[in-house]
Design a protein around this ligand. Structure first.
Ligand code: FMN
Length: 344
């Protein structure tokens, strides 16, 4: 059986070689404001997330750790995140929880970015003890617990039983001292589960919707399995997952993720109710192909695009953008009507 380390390397290789895909926000239109009272130099991009204040509504989402190669990758990602003012999550820390030799590849993020808002990351099969150690390892500001059932089902070494998750998640939430973010990895979240996350005591949901990195595709390539194309497209899209989450769990903050690769997509995600946006595939790909300087330029361009959209919609703050007029058409509107979703 393949080791966790080999799997992590495979994920990096496949994410680098697969084409980047964008979440489909084409049904969501923001309205141009021809007479805005806005000043580019006075825009306030700060946002509140689970009691924390982010200086910009962006984070580099969970990617890696636990292999030698991850030390340099996480060092560069953390340096760029610091420069751009982004928050950052580390990849799953299970490898380091099992073998402390791997701690360095996670701790490097805190070393490089001591003032950063940094998130720890574990799977929902972890217990209280592991959760606490993951947070301590990097002095995390919050803990992400990831859910990835479709991925596990295709991974040759994956799990096939998902019982007891709710109980364990509730125990972890009660025991750790930092806010807990329940996170999908690209299959989205329905309002029924969002409501359960709220009941369990989560502080935020990273909806990880369909449209960006596709772990069914990555795992089927790794396993050399042919999967039916409709099944490969399994999941709830990123824009719909934001609406599902806000409807099911109105008290929880939402991080939008899954194929958000532009400032315009980020603006639309925020206008649908997100507090912040996470990106994984894009920063990883740009870093590996072009290096940290190009990555910084790319993230700054995305920030600039977000500012442009705020200017053109007459929004001075992230809160303004969350309440700017939006027109929702097509399949997204049909889905909203059938599912009773609201833009909250
Ligand atoms: C190479 C790679 C490794 C990842 N590893 C993790 C992980 O360890 N834990 C996790 O919660 N999410 C992991 N993710 C998922 C991302 O955090 C994110 O939820 C997902 O990729 C969707 O965002 P994107 O379309 O911007 O890539 C990984 C993503 C990539 C590309």
């Amino acid at each position: 059986m393949m080791s966790r380390q080999e799997r992590k390397l495979d994920h990096l290789r496949h994410a680098e070689s697969l084409a980047l895909t964008d979440a489909d926000f084409s049904d969501v239109e923001l309205l141009h404001n021809s007479l805005p009272e806005t000043d580019l130099s006075k825009l306030d991009l700060s946002t509140k997330l689970a009691g924390m204040t982010l200086s910009v509504p962006f984070m580099i989402n969970a990617i890696t750790g636990g292999v030698a190669e991850a030390v340099e990758i996480n060092r560069s990602l953390a340096a760029v995140a610091q420069e751009a003012g982004f928050a950052m999550a580390v990849g799953s820390q299970m490898a380091a929880l099992e073998n402390p030799v791997h701690c360095k590849s996670f701790r490097i993020v805190r070393e490089v970015y001591p003032q950063g808002i940094i998130f720890a990351n574990i799977g929902a099969y972890a217990d209280i003890e592991l959760a606490k150690r993951a947070v301590e390892m990097i002095e995390a500001d919050a803990l992400q617990i990831h859910l990835n059932v479709p991925q596990e089902l295709v991974m040759p070494e994956g799990d096939s039983s998902f019982t007891g998750f709710r109980k364990r998640i509730a125990e972890i939430i009660r025991s750790v001292k930092v806010p807990v973010i329940i996170k999908e990895v690209g299959f989205g979240v329905a309002k029924e589960q969002a409501a359960q996350f709220q009941e369990l005591g989560a502080a935020a949901i990273d909806i990880g919707g369909k449209g960006g990195t596709n772990f069914l595709q990555i795992e089927s390539k790794r396993a050399q399995l042919q999967i039916n194309s409709e099944l490969l497209a399994w999941g709830i899209s990123t824009p719909l997952s934001i609406l599902e989450a806000k409807t099911g769990a109105p008290a929880l903050d939402v991080i939008a993720a899954g194929g958000i690769n532009s400032g315009l997509a980020a603006a639309k995600a925020i206008a649908l109710g997100a507090q912040a946006v996470g990106m994984a595939g894009l920063p990883l790909k740009v870093l590996l192909k072009a290096g940290p300087e190009k990555l910084l330029t790319c993230l700054q361009q995305i920030l600039h695009e977000l500012k442009m959209v705020m200017m053109m919609t007459g929004c001075s703050t992230i809160n303004d953008l969350q309440h700017t007029p939006v027109v929702i058409t097509g399949k997204t509107r049909e889905w909203m009507l059938q599912r009773g979703l609201k833009r909250v």
